[in-house]
Design a protein around this ligand. Sequence first.
Ligand code: AP5
Ligand code: MG
Length: 231
Amino acid sequence: MISSIRALGSKIPLAKNVRHATYLILGKPGGGKGTISKKILASHEGFVHISTGDILREEVNKGSEIGLKAKGIMESGGLLPDDLMVDLVSTSISSLPSPPKHLLLDGFPRTMPQAVALDAVVPVEHVISLDIPNSVIVERTSDRWLSPSTNRVYSYSYQPPKVHGKCDDTGEDLIQRDDDKPESVLKRLETYDEMTKPLNDYYSEKGILQGFDGETSDVIFKKVTKWLDGH
Ligand code: AP5
Ligand code: MG
């Protein structure tokens, strides 16, 4: 087990590619990780955001080999294999045009082996953990629409597009994620409890986890900003 984890970790050439701090954003599916990440990027300089879910959705759209493998797993609410995800994150970071000041990882790590693999090569300084009630999540995900080419997220109750059904930036027809069907969302919440929730204890014991709760991303983001500006 340990050697296979080391083998995973050895594939991530992160340390030299991040100049300052590595932040993780953890939380349930539909819990606002993407929304809060975009707000951090818009208000704080030097962050580069890598969302493994966004990368996988791009691969699915392209019909690549990874995308074909990912499609069914994502739709059913399961997780892709750890070694594939470690390779994917590794490639994304090494292909950044220049080393970011801060790296914000969203959706990775999602299992203990992924967390240990990451630790083996780059120190994680800060973990932003979002806590939203499950009842809010099921409601939100059914209302979530995306721009197919940019992954910009809209919600008719929270951030509606200017023209119904069209992306503000590209004018394309908005689409819904296949894994936002209620049965898929419930399975993703189960997978989260089983595989990802333990990461909260792991980072909490290291003393680097900062928890933020609330029912809306606006309320949570005010708390995140206060904390980001204060440390
Ligand atoms: P991923 O894309 O990471 O999905 P997720 O963790 O399930 O999270 P989401 O992207 O669904 O939600 P979010 O927390 O970003 O919330 P958002 O800001 O959109 O991964 C997808 C799949 O890929 C996984 O299931 C797995 O199969 C695979 N995968 C990815 N990484 C992997 C890994 N490391 N290992 C293995 N497999 C992996 O917000 C949600 C909604 O709320 C939006 O509609 C938004 O508009 C709305 N909203 C936000 N704020 C408010 C507000 N204040 N009021 C009302 N609505 C609001
Ligand atoms: Mg997301």
